[in-house]
Design a protein around this ligand. Sequence first.
Ligand code: IPE
Ligand code: IPE
Ligand code: MG
Length: 252
Amino acid sequence: MALFNILKKEDSTPPQPSDRPVPQHIAVIMDGNGRWAKKRGLPRTAGHKVGAETFRTIATYCKNIGVKYFTVYAFSTENWKRPEEEVSTLMNLFRRYLKEAIDTMAKDEIAVQVIGDLSVLAPDIRELVARCNAEAQKRPEFSVATLCINYGGRDEIKNAVRAIAQEVQAGQLKPEDITEDTISQHLYTAHMPDPDFIIRPSGEIRTSNFLLWQSAYAEYYFTDVLWPDFKPADMDAAIDEFNRRNRRFGGV
Ligand code: IPE
Ligand code: IPE
Ligand code: MG
């Protein structure tokens, strides 16, 4: 029994940061919460609650191993199609985590920010997002954890095109001066580097409208692990795989 306890204790010790190189920007499509709950005979909302805890654990782990940017897909522009109860559970989770992030940001040394089309969110959530983003902006030295809420890659590009068109119409920009950088600078991620590595748990092999422009040269990693089960060791395995990839960016 004593031996069992020792083993169990060692087992639950989180892996320690190692010397392995890490990507500068890791993004995750947090998927599989519903199936995780279904497997256990629980409502889908239970999966979202555990998935939110996983976000906290993995964001902290990424910060500890030196990842500067950790970005997660938390709610897509298409997720409004889900049952009202599920959407409202997710919104309540955002409320809780944003409040907590505002209070603990300085202690945790993680700048938590939100991107997406926030205009349609409830006013109290918008207010929390504004406070959270303002706190994050004060701390450029911290690692950054970005929650994508009501985010859609096509919606983001459409908004950028609109903004650029308005600048052209106002005579502030000439069409021939529009570069790839102009487009990047009009996306929600204007202040961030592109993701180096995009992880999708849950066995689905698609992007589901995530970071379409920014992912042009990202490395993708797909795993059958469901997001609520995703552990620091799974992140280590993913990063090891990233480190074995040969990124050529079109060169030789
Ligand atoms: C991801 O888990 C969370 C959100 C999309 C908000 P899902 O809820 O999509 O879980 P599955 O894919 O149904 O298992
Ligand atoms: C993608 O997951 C969106 C988020 C993780 C927030 P979905 O579960 O919505 O994607 P599909 O429907 O399987 O493509
Ligand atoms: Mg899903």
